[in-house]
Design a protein around this ligand. Structure first.
Ligand code: TMP
Length: 212
């Protein structure tokens, strides 16, 4: 039996990390084995690439270089982490995946979305998320939350948070478009709800799919 590949997407400050912690706990209570990971990152090599991408000045990379770095990290994560875990029958909960590239580098950054999808087809060996939770939040609110968190934790990974509000608004729209285009795969959740309500909606969705 292969596991389920679940991705969690959304703009900045939507509470993905808290959600994944809660979801993991709830799945464990149902006896489901899972591995949680993130993009960019999740393997030693991909975590090094994460640092290159998320630290430093906004202008450090142009959109194409950014995209190629993301895909190098993604390939490493798929081959060395996601595929092996799914093969063992474990679920994989992935904080961001290729839809983030479509939204950030494509929708926000203006890179051709067809190019991003083609590149994904080449490197992914047919892997597709079985389900995507989209934690949707107004970017003005999400960015304020994210910037506060970065400052209070002295986290230097703020390269994308420094990009303008208009960029983040396009990202939000791009995610919402993907959710509407893929209603079978996407579960859209209002990220301003209390964390326990978000978790409950997610578990009800899994229940309805017959996965629990
Ligand atoms: P996060 O782990 O806090 O969400 O930070 C990851 C950052 O990387 C976030 O600002 C979005 C950005 N990102 C992209 O721009 N494109 C991508 O494909 C991925 C996976 C992340």
């Amino acid at each position: 039996m292969t596991g389920r590949f679940v991705t969690i997407e959304g703009g900045e400050g939507g509470g993905k990390s808290t959600f994944i912690l809660g979801l993991g706990l709830a799945l464990s209570q149902k006896g489901i084995q899972f591995q949680a990971t993130r993009e960019p990152g999740g393997t030693p090599g991909a975590e090094e690439i994460r640092s290159l991408l998320l630290k430093g000045s906004v202008k450090r990379w142009d959109r194409m270089s950014e995209t190629l770095l993301l895909f190098a990290a993604r390939r490493d994560l798929i081959v060395n982490f996601i595929r092996p875990a799914l093969k063992q029958g474990q679920w994989v909960l992935c904080d961001r995946f290729v839809d983030s590239t479509i939204a950030y580098q494509g929708g926000g950054g203006g890179l051709d979305v067809g190019f991003i999808k083609n590149l994904y087809d080449v490197i992914s060996e047919g892997l597709k998320p079985d389900l995507t939770f989209l934690l949707d939040i107004d970017p003005a609110l999400g960015l304020a939350r994210a910037t506060h968190r970065l400052a209070t934790t002295q986290n230097e990974e703020g390269r994308f948070e420094q990009m303008p509000l208009s960029f983040h608004q396009k990202i939000r729209q791009s995610f919402l478009d993907m959710a509407h285009e893929n209603p079978d795969r996407y579960c859209l959740i209002d990220a301003t709800l209390p964390p326990q309500d978000i978790l409950q909606l997610a578990m009800e969705h899994l229940e309805k799919k017959g996965w629990l």
